[in-house]
Design a protein around this ligand. Structure first.
Ligand code: NAP
Length: 520
C-alpha cells in the first residue's frame, strides 16, 4: 500500500509554495531524474505527462518518487493538443492517466476545461476522491473576457481555477492583476499571462491573489511562452518576498529583452534591503507603457530606446537639466500619481571622470556624436565647467547642440593637430564588434578615452587608445553610474556601486560564455 500522504483539498493552499516548477523529459526516466535533482530546492513540481510518448510508463516511477519525497507537492498534467498540451490520446485516456497519477500520490491534477465540459461530470469528480482538481483554461491569443471565462469554469466543481492568457501588451498584465485582485477572495485562482510581456503577471500575480505561479526548470525547458526559470523568480525577482508593500520598477523600451538593468537593479535592491522589484517591460507603444505605469502601478521606470524623447510630453514635470538635454531616462511616479522625469546619463559620464581628474573645471573634452547620449554628456560636462568640443558624422546636429550648450564643433581633419584631456565616444560605432572604431589611432590625442559602449567590454577604440598610451574608461562604468543615480533618485539611499558593478560584469561574462562557440 502507498505510504504517500493524502491531503484534503481544503488544506492544500496552506502547504503550497509560490513557485511550481514544470518538469518535462524525453521519457519517464529522464523526467524523474530531473525531478530528483530538483526536489531539494523545489518542493512544488508539475509533471508534464503529456510531454512523454508513453505517459503510463511514468506512473510506477511517480509512485516511488512520492513515497520517497512525501513533503513534495506534485501536480500531474496530461493536457491534450486541443487544449494547448502535447497529449495525442483521447479524453478518456487523459482522465485515466490522471486517475493513475492520483493513485500514485500526486496531490493535484490539472484537467483542461475542454476535457471537463465534454466528459461525464461523475468521471471528473471521481478524480477528486484523493487529489485536488485544478480546472485550467489556456488562451494562446490574448487576455480577454476573464470574468466570462471564470463564470464558464465555475460550472465545473474544482478546487482551483487556473486561467492562463497571453499578454500581447503590457496592459494585459493590468487586466489579469485586476481580475485576480477582484476574484481571488471568492475562488482559489491561479492567473498568469504567457508571453515575453507577461513577466509582470508572473512576478506580481501571487500578491494579487494567484495561489502560485509556474516556472521553467531552465531557459531551454520552458513549457509556456515567456515562462521564467525558478531560479530567476527566486533569486532575481525575489518572488517569495513580494508583498503588498513591494515597490515595482522596470526598464521600458522596444526591444528590451537583453537589458542588463534587471540584473543590476534587483541586485542593488537586495543589497540595500529595499522592498522593491525591477522588471523588464517590453512596451510596443508609449500609450501601453503609460497605461501600465498607472494600472500596476509602477513606482519608477528606466526609459530606453525608442522612448527617451517621446516620453517627455507625458510627464508632469522634469528637472531643468533633463529639459535642456531633451531626453529622459528615469521616471519617478510620486504618491499623488504625478510623473517626474530625470536624465541620469549625464551623471554616468561625469562621475567616472570626477574620480580620475583632479577637477573638471576647464578640462578639454571631445564628444563624438550628437544624439541623445552625446547631448547628456555635453550638457553634463558643460555644467561642470568643461571646455567641450563636438564632432559628429553629420554637421547639422553637432552645430545645433554646440549652439544650445555653448560648446564648439571640430572638423575631423583637424583632430591630428588637437589634443584633449578626454575623448568620449557617444556613437554606436564599435558596438557588438571589435573591428569598427569611430577614430583611427593617429586621431586619438587624449589622456583619457571613454567609450560609452559596453559590449564588447574592450572596444577597438579603447584598444587603440591603450596603444597610444591613453588611459581608458569602459562604457560599463557609465552604465553602472547612470543606474546608481537612478537608484538614488528612487530610494533616497546611496547606491551600492561595487555590488552593481560586480553584478553587471558577471552578467556580461555569462552572456559572453553563452555566445562563445562550443569547442569540441
Ligand atoms: P542616438 O541618439 O541614435 O545617436 C547616435 C549618434 O551616433 C548620432 O550622433 C549619429 O550621428 C552617430 N552615429 C551613428 N552611427 C554612426 C556611424 N556609423 N558613424 C559615425 N557616427 C554615427 O544614440 P544614443 O542614444 O546617443 O547612443 C549612442 C551610444 O551610446 C550607443 O552605442 C549607446 O548604446 C551608448 N550609450 C551607452 C550608455 C551606457 O550606459 N554605457 C548610455 C546611453 C547610451 P548622425 O547624427 O550623423 O546620425
Amino acid at each position: 500500500m502507498s505510504s504517500a500522504p493524502t491531503y484534503t483539498p481544503r488544506l492544500l493552499p496552506l502547504r503550497m509554495p509560490r513557485v511550481c516548477v514544470a518538469v518535462t523529459g524525453a521519457d519517464a526516466s529522464e523526467m524523474m531524474e530531473k525531478a530528483e535533482a530538483l526536489v531539494r530546492d523545489n518542493p512544488f513540481l508539475e509533471f508534464r505527462l503529456d510531454y512523454l510518448a508513453k505517459p503510463g510508463l511514468a506512473i510506477p516511477k511517480i509512485k516511488a518518487f512520492m513515497e520517497s519525497h512525501p513533503d513534495t507537492v506534485v501536480i500531474a498534467t496530461c493536457r491534450r493538443t486541443v487544449a494547448g498540451g502535447r497529449f495525442r490520446g483521447s479524453m478518456a485516456s487523459e482522465l485515466d492517466i490522471l486517475a493513475k497519477a492520483s493513485g500514485a500520490g500526486c496531490q493535484l491534477l490539472d484537467v483542461a476545461l475542454q476535457t471537463a465540459i465534454k466528459s461525464k461530470p461523475a468521471q471528473v469528480q471521481k478524480l477528486r476522491t484523493r487529489s485536488a482538481l485544478i480546472l485550467s483554461f489556456h488562451d494562446f491569443r490574448g487576455t480577454k473576457k476573464l470574468d466570462e471565462k471564470l463564470q464558464k469554469m465555475l460550472a465545473v466543481q474544482a478546487d482551483f481555477h487556473k486561467i492562463v492568457s497571453t499578454a500581447t501588451t503590457l496592459s494585459d498584465n493590468v487586466t489579469m492583476i485586476r481580475f485576480l485582485a477582484k476574484e481571488s477572495d471568492k475562488h482559489s485562482l491561479i492567473g498568469i499571462c504567457m508571453g515575453e510581456q507577461g513577466i509582470i503577471s508572473r512576478v506580481l500575480g501571487v500578491r494579487a491573489g494567484s495561489v502560485f505561479t509556474f516556472a521553467a526548470l531552465s531557459p531551454d525547458e520552458k513549457t509556456a511562452p515567456g515562462q521564467v526559470t525558478a531560479q530567476e523568480l527566486r533569486n532575481l525577482y525575489r518572488i517569495e518576498q513580494v508583498d503588498a508593500a513591494t515597490r515595482v520598477y522596470g526598464v521600458a523600451g522596444d526591444p528590451v529583452v537583453h537589458s542588463l538593468s534587471p540584473a543590476i537593479m534587483n541586485a542593488a535592491f537586495r543589497r540595500e534591503n529595499v522592498n522593491a522589484v525591477y522588471l523588464t517591460l517590453h512596451a510596443k507603444t508609449l500609450k501601453d507603457l503609460l497605461t501600465c505605469i498607472r494600472g500596476i502601478p509602477l513606482h519608477g521606470i528606466s526609459v530606453t530606446m525608442p522612448y527617451k524623447e517621446a516620453i517627455l510630453k507625458h510627464l508632469d514635470n522634469t528637472d531643468s537639466h533633463t529639459t535642456k538635454i531633451g531626453a529622459c531616462n528615469t521616471v519617478v511616479r510620486a504618491q499623488d500619481g504625478k510623473l517626474y522625469g530625470f536624465n541620469t546619463d549625464a551623471a554616468g559620464v561625469v562621475r567616472p571622470l570626477e574620480r580620475r581628474l583632479p577637477t573638471l573645471e576647464g578640462a578639454k573634452i571631445l564628444v563624438l556624436g550628437a544624439g541623445g547620449a552625446a547631448r547628456a554628456a555635453v550638457f553634463g560636462l558643460k555644467e561642470r565647467g568643461c571646455e567641450v568640443y563636438i564632432l559628429n558624422r553629420t554637421t547639422g546636429p553637432a552645430k545645433k547642440l554646440a549652439r544650445q550648450a555653448r560648446a564648439r564643433t571640430v572638423k575631423r581633419a583637424d583632430l591630428k593637430k588637437l589634443s584633449f584631456d578626454v575623448i568620449v565616444n557617444a556613437t554606436p560605432v564599435g558596438m557588438g564588434n571589435t573591428r569598427e572604431t569611430p577614430l583611427q589611432e593617429h586621431e586619438i590625442n587624449a589622456r583619457y578615452v571613454f567609450d560609452m559602449i559596453y559590449d564588447p567590454a574592450e572596444t577597438r577604440l579603447l584598444k587603440l587608445a591603450r596603444e597610444r598610451g591613453a588611459q581608458v574608461i569602459p562604457g560599463i562604468e557609465m552604465f553602472v553610474q547612470q543606474a546608481a543615480r537612478q537608484f538614488e533618485i528612487w530610494t533616497g539611499k546611496p547606491a551600492p556601486g561595487d555590488e552593481m558593478l560586480r553584478t553587471v560584469l558577471l552578467a556580461l561574462q555569462e552572456r559572453a560564455a553563452k555566445s562563445a562557440p562550443v569547442k569540441k
